[in-house]
Design a protein around this ligand. Structure first.
Ligand code: ATP
Ligand code: ATP
Ligand code: MG
Ligand code: MG
Ligand code: MG
Ligand code: MG
Ligand code: MG
Length: 269
């Protein structure tokens, strides 16, 4: 075993700063793809929404949660994902750098590792990066407002992008013309353009695009086959066993408002 005696160099450890997240606060780690404007272009993402990319993001988020059980909820849209650590978590003594770096590195390595399952026909051309940040929310209301803010952002961007790409792909406008056309329009105007010019009812667009993705823990029945040796029998026998497991599941619903929180009171308990 390694000696515990201190070397004369040991003092440099004192230069490390303490970064404990304040106790009793909800800790949010948000990761965001670095320069995904370019990454999505180079990897031929369909515009405005590439479902393969969104499903890959969701898969990575589930992988992060499987890895870090103290995360009680995650919310994702576009190239970003927010992970909420329970306020009672004492993982790595609540060190912010541990929370942030473990989430972002696990997410980024998952993104590359699972890429080919979601993009079988599109090779990954260079290693993508993600940034990360930590924000503390002292009340449940602050946390709910944070998630509502991200979902409102998803809605505003997605409505804009849906009209923008309809104007370009179906309306024959150049990106500059489409941008000019949308300058100063309100959400009602955008809905109207979609409906009257392209016969698109925005509310019928995919709910994953409109609402983003929420990941929570859920009890799931898992059936597997096991070889079991029964008493009074010589040979092992294969039997079906059902186990209840806690697994991350993905939802696409409103987090704005009370319904989600009333239907899932266990998430923040
Ligand atoms: P930064 O490094 O500052 O985050 P960025 O280019 O990643 O720069 P964002 O504001 O994060 O800028 O925007 C991400 C961009 O990635 C979107 O504007 C969009 O062009 C693209 N993108 C992300 N996810 C998808 C997707 N599922 N389908 C199509 N495009 C996507
Ligand atoms: P933590 O998550 O706390 O960092 P850890 O298991 O990674 O836990 P470390 O103190 O970082 O613990 O030690 C890394 C361990 O990984 C080493 O003790 C060694 O067993 C193994 N390891 C790392 N690099 C090599 C290598 N090149 N060859 C063999 N073993 C290695
Ligand atoms: Mg950004
Ligand atoms: Mg980005
Ligand atoms: Mg982004
Ligand atoms: Mg080490
Ligand atoms: Mg290590």
């Amino acid at each position: 075993r390694r000696e515990m005696a201190k070397s004369k160099f040991e003092y440099v450890r004192e230069y490390e700063v303490q970064d404990t997240c304040l106790h009793n606060c909800w800790v949010v780690v948000r990761v965001d793809g670095r320069n995904f404007h370019r990454f999505s272009d180079q990897h031929n993402f369909t515009k405005p929404n590439d479902p393969r990319a969104l499903l890959l993001m969701n898969h990575c988020a589930k992988n992060v949660m499987d890895d870090i059980k103290d995360i009680c909820l995650a919310y994702g849209q576009s190239d970003e994902y927010s992970f909420v650590f329970h306020k009672k978590s004492n993982w790595y003594k609540r060190r912010a750098s541990k929370f942030m770096t473990h989430v972002v590195s696990q997410f980024a390595s998952s993104y590359v590792f699972y890429w080919k399952e979601f993009f079988p026909d599109q090779p990954i051309l260079y290693p993508p990066g993600f940034d990360g940040r930590v924000v503390l929310y002292p009340s449940i209301q602050n946390l709910k407002d944070y998630l509502s803010w991200r979902q409102a952002d998803c809605h505003i961007n997605n409505l804009y992008n849906t009209v923008f790409w309809a104007l370009v792909q179906k309306g024959g406008l150049t990106p500059a013309q489409a941008q000019e056309r949308l300058k100063g329009t309100l959400s009602g105007d955008k809905n109207e353009i979609l409906y009257s010019e392209f016969d698109i009812n925005y509310n019928n667009e995919s709910v994953m695009y409109r609402k983003g993705s929420i990941v929570i823990w859920s009890k799931v029945n898992e059936i597997s086959n096991k070889m079991i040796k029964l008493p009074h029998e010589a040979e092992e026998k294969e039997v079906e066993v059902c186990r209840v497991r806690n697994k991350p599941i993905v939802l696409h619903c409103d987090v704005i408002g009370d319904t989600f929180w009333e239907e899932h009171p266990e998430v923040l308990s």
